[in-house]
Write a protein that binds this ligand. Structure first.
Ligand SMILES: NC(=O)c1ccc[n+]([C@@H]2O[C@H](COP(=O)([O-])OP(=O)(O)OC[C@H]3O[C@@H](n4cnc5c(N)ncnc54)[C@H](OP(=O)(O)O)[C@@H]3O)[C@@H](O)[C@H]2O)c1
Length: 344
């Protein structure tokens, strides 16, 4: 349907409309279009959130491309079933379904929804989904990346790695979306943290609390003679076979991207290995589990124990540029979309 027809439809049946970025086909960042679409209406268990900020993560890039193709079983085989991407949000509750008890109009909230739809002015989310009130000390931009990246870090370090005080942990990709939260959480939990990043990011990684930093552009950590309890590869630039040599007996290797090879190694190491490989897809955890991690992280953010690193903020109508930037693979921390602000 052409854009103006969408607007006319909204006017004709007298419903509210909102701005959103849609994609009708998988592809490059240029597939995005600014559209006027009907504002969603909350069902009895949902809240309507006026979105102030969303994010662009590696997961959004994969969903835009429709890769890996197995993901299309969920997204749509030939073209996307849900035309509005974006799963992380921070904003304000503006309407309530009749059964909603947890929130009230005007609450500042943040969270993440597997239903997508956050590259828009409004979204609906069940009050029992991954959504909570926003601490006063957090801006919408600092809050938006938490439900994806920070929860994933908690899932890997606390859930899979069972990180303990005094352990030695190596974080590969220390300057990225996951890595910046991982350094802070690992330090908070009392670990001795070594971050792996490039020379341009050394100061930032040290400022986040890393005890040691390895510049991957001139040093190979697998040859430095050090041994770690946990190796968390947030950016999938290493492999288990090489990292095993740098793990202590009983040590764990945590990659964030799941492949067939990794699943085989996981199975083999769980039966025979003294050094294990563990991984997980945070999005597949139960809502209860994700919400528990979310509330745990919220307390740390409120106490100032961890902070969100925001690299760049793009207005909603420059979503294509934000996707192009994230795709280049050099972001520092997180890339945020300011939904309330349209430029041009
Ligand atoms: N399993 C799950 O549930 C789950 C959940 C969320 C995300 N993920 C996955 O996690 C991955 C990482 O996401 P992210 O948002 O943290 O990545 P990101 O922020 O896009 O990563 C970019 C950062 O990685 C650094 N980097 C690039 N090559 C490196 C290397 N060889 N060694 C160390 N650092 C390097 C870059 O620094 P320079 O510019 O200095 O190179 C940059 O700061 C994605 O593949 C995503 O799919 C998985």
């Amino acid at each position: 349907m052409p854009k103006h027809a969408n607007i006319l439809l909204c006017l004709e049946i007298n419903i509210k409309s909102m701005k959103a970025i849609e994609y009708k086909n998988y592809g490059t960042p240029e597939v995005f279009e600014l559209c006027q679409v009907p504002t969603p209406v909350p069902n009895k268990n949902e809240v309507l959130v006026k979105i102030q900020a969303s994010t662009v993560t590696a997961a959004d890039i994969m969903m835009r491309e429709g890769k890996p193709k197995i993901g299309r079983l969920y997204l749509g085989i030939w073209k996307p079933k849900r035309r509005i991407l974006g799963f992380e949000f921070a904003g304000e509750v503006v309407e309530l379904g009749e059964n909603v008890r947890k929130f009230k109009r005007g609450d500042r909230v943040f969270g993440g929804t597997t239903g997508l739809g956050c590259y828009a002015e409004f979204t609906c989310i069940s009050e029992t989904d991954v959504i909570t009130t926003l601490p006063e000390n957090l801006s919408y931009e600092e809050a938006a990346p938490v439900s994806g990246s920070a929860i994933t870090v908690a899932n890997f370090l606390i859930g899979l790695g069972k990180i303990k005080k005094g352990q030695k942990i190596l974080i590969i990709g220390a300057s990225g979306g996951l890595g910046t939260y991982a350094i802070q959480l690992a330090k908070h939990l009392g670990a001795h943290v070594t971050g792996v990043c490039s020379s341009t990011n050394i100061n930032m990684v040290k400022a986040l609390g890393a005890d040691e930093v390895i510049d991957y552009t001139n040093t190979d950590f697998t040859k430095n003679g050090e041994f770690y309890d946990l190796i968390f590869d947030t950016v999938n630039k290493s492999n288990f076979s090489t990292c095993k040599k740098s793990l202590k007996k009983g040590g764990i290797y945590l990659p964030t991207v799941i492949s067939f090879k990794i699943l085989l190694q996981l199975l083999f190491s769980s039966i025979f290995g003294t050094k294990k490989i563990k991984t997980s897809s945070t999005g597949l955890l139960s809502v209860k589990k994700r919400l528990a991690y979310f509330e745990e992280i919220k307390l740390l953010l409120k106490a100032g124990e961890i902070k969100t690193v925001v690299d760049k903020i793009y207005p909603l109508n420059e979503l294509s540029s934000a996707h192009t930037y994230v795709e280049e693979g050099h972001k520092k921390g997180n890339v945020v979309i300011n939904v309330a602000h349209l430029v041009g």
